[in-house]
Design a protein around this ligand. Structure first.
Ligand SMILES: NC(=O)c1ccc[n+]([C@@H]2O[C@H](COP(=O)([O-])OP(=O)(O)OC[C@H]3O[C@@H](n4cnc5c(N)ncnc54)[C@H](OP(=O)(O)O)[C@@H]3O)[C@@H](O)[C@H]2O)c1
Length: 257
């Protein structure tokens, strides 16, 4: 039986635990976090976590990683760390280490998890880590670790940015007279349907996002009126600034202090 130990049982680790509970119920889940009473793991000491687990998932904030590593016993299993920004060279070099950037949608198996590995990782550990995250949504393996900063911004932080966009559209609907729940339902389903069409763009014979926009726009119509405002430099620039701010923060988190 596969045993996964979770050290740090906060928001993200709990989302992974919930996702695994339904997608991979045969995986035994152990946990260590003095301040969490997560009911979906067996709570054990750090020593037992390291002795019994096939790998230990580090689920604490980046600022707590150094202390967490120092608290591990000398002999510990391979590590999987979700700490944003912390590069692989800040983890032990002699054991396999996977740096993963998941997002909160892993809880409902619709997440994105990007994985990269240190040099001590062999193909068995890489396959093990990929198998752990595959049931939780899209999994990508990254060979250039520098890309993890961008991935952190786009898909790790991304849900919060999309929530803001959904919120802004729904607010516009409310200001125009709709109830909050109807506006939110309309916007959320439109976001979901549009994303699914992008994923299935070949089936609907639309090669590019521009072609997909074009398919909604008839000349002089309602979409064309709205898209003129959307296509301003300012809008594209603002969204790029959002992503760049998150990338910069990810780089700062991993920089030596
Ligand atoms: N939230 C997201 O959407 C998201 C997405 C992708 C990646 N991440 C990454 O996931 C990590 C955790 O984020 P989060 O939002 O889940 O944070 P969180 O809710 O604050 O969870 C972290 C947990 O770890 C505990 N902890 C700290 N040091 C520990 C130690 N040495 N041993 C055991 N437990 C310890 C914390 O306890 P205390 O509260 O007592 O400190 C807290 O319960 C971060 O590195 C973040 O970059 C988060």
């Amino acid at each position: 039986m596969t045993v996964v130990g979770f050290m740090g049982l906060g928001t993200m680790a709990s989302a992974i635990i919930d996702g695994l509970k339904t997608a991979a119920p045969d995986i035994q889940r152990l946990g260590y976090d003095p301040y969490s009473d997560n009911a979906h793991v067996e709570h054990v000491s750090i020593d037992d976590l390291c002795r019994r687990s096939d790998c230990v998932v580090l689920g604490m904030k980046p600022k707590d990683i150094t202390a967490a590593l120092a608290s591990l016993p000398d002999a510990h299993p391979p590590l999987i760390s979700m700490a944003a920004g912390i590069p692989l060279n800040q983890y032990p070099i002699a054991v396999p280490v996977c740096r993963v950037m998941p997002n909160l949608a892993v809880r409902i198996h619709a997440g994105v998890s990007a994985l990269c590995f240190n040099e001590a990782s062999d193909s068995t550990f890489k396959a093990f880590a990929c198998r752990l995250f595959e049931p939780l949504g899209l999994t990508v393996t990254v060979s250039d670790e520098d890309h993890m900063h961008t991935i952190t911004a786009l898909s790790g932080s991304g849900p919060a940015f999309f929530y803001r966009i959904i919120q802004a559209f729904a607010n516009a609907g409310v200001q125009a007279g709709l109830s909050e729940s109807v506006a939110l339902d309309l916007v959320t389903q439109t976001a979901l349907g549009s994303a699914k069409l992008v994923q299935n763009h070949e089936a609907v014979s639309m090669a590019t996002l521009d072609a997909m926009v074009h398919a909604v726009c008839s000349p002089g119509g309602t979409t064309a009126a709205g898209i003129q405002t959307f296509d301003t430099e300012t809008m594209a620039h603002q969204l790029q600034t959002v992503i760049q701010a998150a990338i910069d923060r990810s780089k700062a988190l991993g920089a030596p202090s």
